[in-house]
Design a protein around this ligand. Structure first.
Ligand code: I6G
Length: 679
């Protein structure tokens, strides 16, 4: 039997242990125990607290979601106003900002503290004697709304501070946001439940914080980064903004790992452009970079104007969302016959370019978003991703807006449009009879990573198909079907270009089995799968003969790919095209089938990033594939190793975040030589 003091002690110990592991996980991003062990500690604490409910305190880690739904939010008057930030939109505006500050401070250069500006919601957390006693939104800067119960459900917000010598009163300012992955998972759940998905992570975060029932907020994947302080009483903070952030972190508050001290305007601009280049790879959305004068004394000397401090600025990235009108909704036919509704838009500047088309993905998406021709819509263009219609501004819908109807016949060739039950995609059933599919198939066939036919660009392919000169990719190699004079007579061609194109076509005849397989454009057979098939079977006849069971033996080939392969090779037209290509001279060396070779890296997935000195990335990829590994371009939990060369990209950060093993070039070469010796 345990006595009260025993229980008291165990409870205190468990709370310390849990708080320590929360700090390791959320603040340091360096968990020391697996999630399951953490859950076990929580369950132990819950059990003890059930035994002795009189020992439950509000700051116990079990009490994050205690409260009942509220009727509304109370008002909170901020002890220190929550200001906004002035914005800059160009390097030039940033230089002017820096010049103003240098003049006011009478210094040659200003040192700044820089960090990404998260696209979330500013909040204020009030700690008294180390305990979170209140949390509020910014509101109008002077008065916000009390959201303590909701903020308490965010695991990365400490209910009590750790470490020592925190001020008796400490108001912490931070941004609550929803990580991209959490946002996507939340939207999947919304759709499964038949609820409306959120438009973007910021709206999802805002909606989650404004829930009257904290139990709902608790199910939302929210997180926080703290960036400053409001009221502070009882002890002094360090003299630099960057040091204050380090101090906040030591008290268990989560601070952006991207925070950096930068010296002078050029370093600021470098920081901004570097973060900008990594923007889409960050696990959360940001809309700019905030620069703050690092020395608090200088901040005080500069003061504030109206509602913004003079000592800080947000250098914004080009907006990724903008509003425009849908002129019409067209349907595009892709390489595999997939029909994609595309919104033709009044031109709008978004994400740094003028956008005139945006994808609507498929019929269900158009219905779900209820996009109609004539609607005002929000368009999003993030990075190099195809622009998409995010939502409709229903309040601005004109009376004559036209709902979209998926055509029953292909808009290009008139063949029947079919939609397989359970699939979102409608397809033209015309196959290569459909000029749209033929064009896309030829473009893919000729592309750099497939047959690599230099000079056979998209426009030229379109002309050749429209002239009726290309019935299949085999016609490219048939000089009777496509003689020099025909090519030379095309728009923007001529004698020399035709000669060069024919030479490039000739050159492409010598290829590899993997490239050839990829070039055929079989659904779901990308480069990695094509390589895996080539490695595994060694020759085309072996692949074409393989049955379902044999195909399923290939690493990472699942039932969907198998079904596509079987259907493709079963189709007489495809077999004829392959035979014609070979008859016309397309060839490749057979490789020793993996079934006959040791495959020490079978089942392992590698990602390569950065520059290597001893080999090119392509060579490294080939060596890995020869040993049975799969080489992919993005890091996920399934990645076995990330090989890191000089100047690695964001893939290294992602590996770090996911705890994927990293190999530098020396370790990588050592691994290769050990495995190759083992042959
Ligand atoms: O809204 C904000 C977001 C991020 C901020 C801010 C910030 O620093 C990273 N800093 C200040 C000083 C203010 N708003 C007023």
């Amino acid at each position: 039997m345990s006595t009260t003091t025993d229980i008291e002690q165990s409870i205190a110990q468990l709370r310390d242990e849990i708080n320590h592991h929360s700090y390791q996980y959320y603040v340091l991003d360096a968990p020391q125990i697996p999630d399951a062990e953490y859950d076990q500690l929580m369950r132990k604490l819950e059990a003890l607290e059930k035994e002795a409910p009189e020992l439950i305190t509000a700051d116990s880690p079990t009490q994050r979601v205690g409260a009942k739904p509220q009727a509304g939010f109370d008002e909170v008057v901020h002890a220190v106003a929550m200001l906004s930030l002035d914005n800059a939109f160009s390097d030039e505006e940033m230089r002017l900002f820096d010049k103003r500050l240098r003049e006011r401070l009478a210094v040659d250069a200003v040192t700044y503290c820089a960090e990404p500006k998260l696209d979330g919601l500013a909040v204020s957390l009030r700690y008294e004697d180390g305990r979170l006693i209140r949390a509020a939104t910014r509101g109008d800067g002077r008065v916000g709304e009390e959201i303590t119960q909701n903020i308490r459900t965010i695991s990365s917000v400490p209910l009590c501070l750790i470490g020592s010598s925190w001020p008796r009163i400490l108001e912490v300012r931070g941004e609550v946001y929803m990580p991209r992955a959490g946002f996507e998972a939340l939207n999947r759940r919304q759709l499964e439940k038949g609820d409306k998905p959120f438009v973007n992570p910021r709206n999802a975060a805002a909606g989650s914080l404004r829930q009257l029932d904290p139990r709902v907020t608790a199910t939302r994947p929210l997180a926080i980064y703290c960036y400053g302080v409001g009221e502070v009483e009882g002890s002094e903070l360090p003299p630099l903004q960057s040091e204050i952030l380090v101090r906040l972190k030591s008290w268990g508050l989560r601070v952006s790992p991207e925070t950096q001290q930068v010296n002078g305007i050029e370093a600021c601009l470098d920081y901004y452009h570097q973060i900008g280049a990594r923007r889409d790879a960050l696990p959360y959305e940001i809309d700019g970079v905030v620069f703050k004068v690092d020395a608090i004394k200088q901040q005080q000397a500069l003061g504030a104007v109206a509602r913004a401090p003079r000592w800080a600025i947000a250098y914004k990235f080009p907006a990724q969302e903008a509003m425009t009108r849908v002129i019409d909704i067209d349907v595009q036919v892709g390489r595999t016959g997939a029909l994609t509704p595309v919104a033709r838009l009044e031109p709008v500047f978004v994400g740094g370019v003028t956008v005139t088309n945006a994808t609507l993905h498929n019929e269900d998406e158009v219905q779900r978003k209820d996009v109609r021709s004539g609607d005002m819509v929000v368009v999003r263009r993030a990075g190099d991703v195809i622009p998409e219609v995010v939502s409709v501004v229903v309040a601005r819908r004109p009376d004559n807006a036209q709902p979209f109807v998926m055509p029953h016949e292909c808009p290009v060739c008139g063949s029947e449009v079919r939609r397989v039950e359970g699939e979102a995609v409608s397809r033209c059933s015309g196959g290569l009879y459909c000029p749209a599919q033929r064009k896309e198939a030829v473009k893919h066939f000729a592309s750099r990573r497939a047959m690599d036919i230099e000079g056979l660009g998209d426009k030229l392919v379109e002309q050749l198909v429209e002239m009726g000169w290309l019935h299949s990719v085999a016609d490219l190699y048939d000089r009777d079907a496509l003689p020099h004079h025909k090519l030379a007579g095309l728009a923007r061609m001529g004698d020399k270009s035709a000669t060069n194109l024919i030479a490039a076509i000739e050159k492409s005849k010598q290829t590899t089995l993997a490239r050839f397989l990829f070039a055929l454009g079989i659904r779901e057979v990308g480069e990695a799968t094509a390589q895996a098939l080539a490695n595994h079977f060694g020759s085309l006849p072996a692949i074409m003969k393989a049955d379902e069971a044999a195909l399923l033996q290939v690493p990472d080939v699942g039932p969907v790919v198998v079904a596509n392969l079987l259907a493709f090779f079963h189709e007489p037209h495809n077999r004829e095209v392959i035979a014609s290509l070979q008859r016309l001279g397309v060839h490749w060396p057979d490789v020793v089938a993996a079934v006959d070779l040791p495959q020490p890296l079978a089942g392992k997935t590698f990602v390569l990033t950065g520059t290597m000195t001893t080999m090119t990335r392509d060579e490294a990829k080939k060596k890995l594939q020869a040993l049975g590994a799969k080489v992919t371009s993005s890091v996920s939990k399934k990645t076995s190793y990330v090989v890191v060369g000089a100047d690695p990209g964001s893939k290294r950060d992602k590996a770090e975040k996911l705890g994927v093993t990293q190999l530098d070039e020396t370790a990588f070469n050592q691994l290769l030589s050990e495995l190759q010796e083992g042959d």
